[in-house]
Design a protein around this ligand. Structure first.
Ligand code: MG
Ligand code: ZN
Length: 224
């Protein structure tokens, strides 16, 4: 993409797809209780800065807790309502949250199935693109697992790994091919948002990103 040229696209809009657990909120294995939902530091400001750049913000999360019978759909909806409340209190929100309730081996049909939405499949991103008029080629996927990155790549997006959640473990296990495809390994979501702002040729105007050096967050120059 040429920096600053034709940005944002006139018809289709660019999106940032965001994994939930370990990216937006603290990783809790099979999160089921509202009390366990905790935003990671800086997430509200990071999302607000991405929205100011014109990105549609879409949560995409595998929730096999439904297939496993650990959580009902209303209970999962309550967790996502709580997520939006927490984001709202931090000055942000998601435009939509897509979830995959399936698992190929766990639970009973209809949830136990080989679906097209469980990451690394790109189904949730493609559905969001159709629903919201998104330009996948101008969009980014951010997550802490290889399956997040793969879902982004398969949908035609650029992918950013965050080192929160399982991110450090994921980074250590990347193949050379993964590393070539990966756009960035960022310390956390705020660092990822600063880098995306630099890619689209804008200085995000919030205090969160002012004075940041996006290059300092790149995987090649990262020192810790
Ligand atoms: Mg995750
Ligand atoms: Zn699914």
């Amino acid at each position: 993409m040429a920096e600053g040229v034709g940005w944002p696209p006139a018809s289709l809009r660019p999106a940032v797809f965001l994994d939930r657990d370990g990216t937006l909120v603290r990783e809790v294995h099979h999160l089921r209780r509202l009390a366990d939902l905790e935003l990671l530091p800086g997430v509200g400001d990071a999302l607000a800065s991405l929205r100011q750049l014109g990105f549609v913000l879409v949560g995409v999360t595998n929730q096999s807790v439904v297939a496993r019978g650990l959580l009902s759909l209303p209970e999962l909806a309550a967790i996502h309502a709580q997520l939006q409340r927490r984001l709202g209190a931090a000055g942000a929100s998601l435009d939509a949250v897509y979830f995959c309730p399936h698992h190929p081996d766990a639970g009973e049909p209809p949830w136990r199935c080989a679906c097209d939405c469980r990451k690394p499949a790109p189904g949730m991103l493609r559905r969001a693109a159709a629903d919201h008029g998104l330009d996948l080629g101008a969009s980014f996927m951010i997550g802490d697992a290889l399956t997040d990155l793969q879902a982004g790549w398969r949908a035609g997006c650029r992918a950013v790994l965050v080192l929160t959640g399982y991110g450090q473990r994921t980074e250590a296990a990347l193949t050379p091919d993964d590393q070539r495809q990966l756009s960035l390994a960022a310390a956390d979501l705020p660092a990822a948002a600063r880098w995306i702002a630099a890619q689209v040729g804008h200085r995000a105007p919030t205090a969160t990103v002012a004075g940041g050096d996006p290059g300092a967050q790149s995987r090649r120059s990262r020192t810790t």
